[in-house]
Write a protein that binds this ligand. Structure first.
Ligand SMILES: *[C@@H]1O[C@H](CO)[C@@H](O)[C@H](O)[C@H]1NC(C)=O
Ligand SMILES: *[C@@H]1O[C@H](CO)[C@@H](O)[C@H](O)[C@H]1NC(C)=O
Ligand SMILES: *[C@@H]1O[C@H](CO)[C@@H](O)[C@H](O)[C@H]1NC(C)=O
Ligand SMILES: *[C@@H]1O[C@H](CO)[C@@H](O)[C@H](O)[C@H]1NC(C)=O
Ligand SMILES: *[C@@H]1O[C@H](CO)[C@@H](O)[C@H](O)[C@H]1NC(C)=O
Ligand SMILES: *[C@@H]1O[C@H](CO)[C@@H](O)[C@H](O)[C@H]1NC(C)=O
Length: 371
């Protein structure tokens, strides 16, 4: 007589129930999570044309287009956790719960796709503070809960096993994760390292910048977005280099970065974060498919140029809605050289941003805002 639980277990592991297509390809079902390259959206929720926005299309479009890593920045507000960029007075992307509900709708409709969420815990909230947003959005039922706080590099599950278990959402948090309190919020730096951010040149070094364990045996996340930096009364303000976005989001630029990772670490990165991920259509998606050894996706990613570039300045400020922009003329007059490369004063058109920053008490310091 076979005990019922053994029967159930054998049914679950039988080929009849096992996924045969994983993240778009049959060959990826046996692939370990730690041997995949996923394309990601830096500040996934920061969608729009202001200086603090990093994307032009929202999270459902991102996922439909093939983005599989969602980086989000959490801030504590009186009505719950919001996704904001640097500060909620600068860019407020709304309640985390609403964002996660949108992700949940997509994840529920796409059970054969493994995705990753990387939380930047800006206000050092305890991990328990995140439970209600995941619960009420419904996403909680899809999260992967690892067996230990640190997962050995070669012990990460395969995509097939994550999909078979229905736990297709891998959640990391940069600081203050606690396995004993909330086991499914995985401590980022015990398991993954990141290379530099706020890059203002195209070195794309892949050297470990933030890490809490041996990078040689950790997951690897690279920040592939280029900034320009402005000096606001001693405060460095990093803003996406929209003029260079198609070059940055091209195969040849990504290849420089990945080649550096190969040289330093002997393997491809696991997560590649982009700004304005769809500026260059399918280019980055085709390249990542090559890295994973699968055919180019059939998805047609419609190219969307970042808004708020040339000639879109709304002027001096009758508009209080953070519509600050950099005009091409003021940008080119910032010149080159100096400690920050293309440094200079923020264009006067950026008055709303300036007002927000002064409101935040950031003028005059050496605070670096990660925009
Ligand atoms: C989050 O904000 C609420 C309301 O402003 C406050 O009561 C709570 O103490 C904050 N939590 C943390 C951990 O700062
Ligand atoms: C990491 O990157 C930041 C921002 O570019 C830089 O200020 C810092 O010095 C870097 N740290 C290391 C250890 O490389
Ligand atoms: C996956 O493994 C192959 C074969 O060892 C390697 O070439 C590739 O770089 C690995 N990819 C990642 C993301 O680790
Ligand atoms: C960026 O690339 C897309 C195609 O991938 C193209 O439609 C668009 O015109 C390019 N933008 C610029 C500014 O070259
Ligand atoms: C921006 O304005 C200048 C001057 O009016 C014009 O020459 C240029 O073509 C405009 N650029 C775009 C992208 O519209
Ligand atoms: C900006 O303000 C200055 C001074 O108030 C004014 O001369 C200028 O015309 C304004 N520019 C725009 C685009 O509104």
């Amino acid at each position: 007589m076979i005990p019922l639980f053994l029967l159930a277990a054998s049914l679950l592991s039988s080929s009849a129930l096992a996924a045969t297509t994983c993240n778009g390809d049959d060959s990826l079902c046996d692939r370990s999570y730690s041997n995949m390259t996923f394309l990601g959206a830096h500040d996934s929720y920061a969608v729009g044309t202001s200086l603090a926005d990093d994307q032009s299309s929202g999270v459902t479009d991102q996922l439909n287009d093939g983005i599989r890593t969602l980086q989000i920045q959490a801030h504590n507000m009186s009505d719950g956790i919001h996704l904001c960029h640097s500060a909620c007075s600068l860019l407020d992307g709304g309640l985390m719960e609403s964002y996660l509900a949108e992700v949940n709708t997509w994840v529920s409709a796409n059970p054969n796709e493994v995705i990753t969420i990387v939380i930047v815990n800006s206000d050092s909230l305890p991990p328990t503070a995140y439970e209600s947003a995941f619960q009420s959005s419904g996403l909680q039922s899809h999260v992967y809960s690892p067996p230990s706080a640190a997962i050995a590099f070669n012990a990460w599950p395969t995509l097939g096993s994550l999909i078979d278990a229905g736990t297709t959402v891998v959640v990391f948090m940069n600081y203050d994760a606690d396995f004993n309190q909330v086991p499914w919020i995985i401590d980022e730096f015990s398991n993954m390292f990141e290379d530099s951010y706020n890059d203002v040149d195209t070195t794309w070094s892949c050297a470990a910048n933030r890490s809490g364990s041996n990078p040689a045996s950790s997951l690897m996340m690279v920040n592939h977005f280029l900034d320009v930096v402005y000096d606001l009364a001693g405060t460095a303000i990093y803003i996406p280099d929209k003029d260079a976005i198609n070059t940055t989001n091209s195969e040849s630029s990504l290849e420089i970065h990945v080649d550096n990772c190969m040289t330093l670490w002997g393997r491809h990165p696991n997560h590649i974060l982009l700004d304005f991920y769809n500026s260059n259509g399918n280019a980055p998606f085709d390249y990542v498919a090559q890295l994973n050894g699968v055919p180019a996706p059939t998805t047609n990613v419609q190219a969307v140029a970042p808004g708020g570039g040339e000639n879109s300045s709304s002027g001096n400020g009758t508009d209080s809605s953070n519509q600050a922009q950099i005009s091409s003329s003021s940008r080119s007059s910032t010149g080159s050289g100096g400690a920050y490369g293309r440094a200079g004063m923020l264009p006067t058109e950026s008055w709303t941003l300036t007002v927000s920053l002064i409101g935040m008490g950031l003028g005059g310091g050496v605070v670096s805002l990660w925009l």
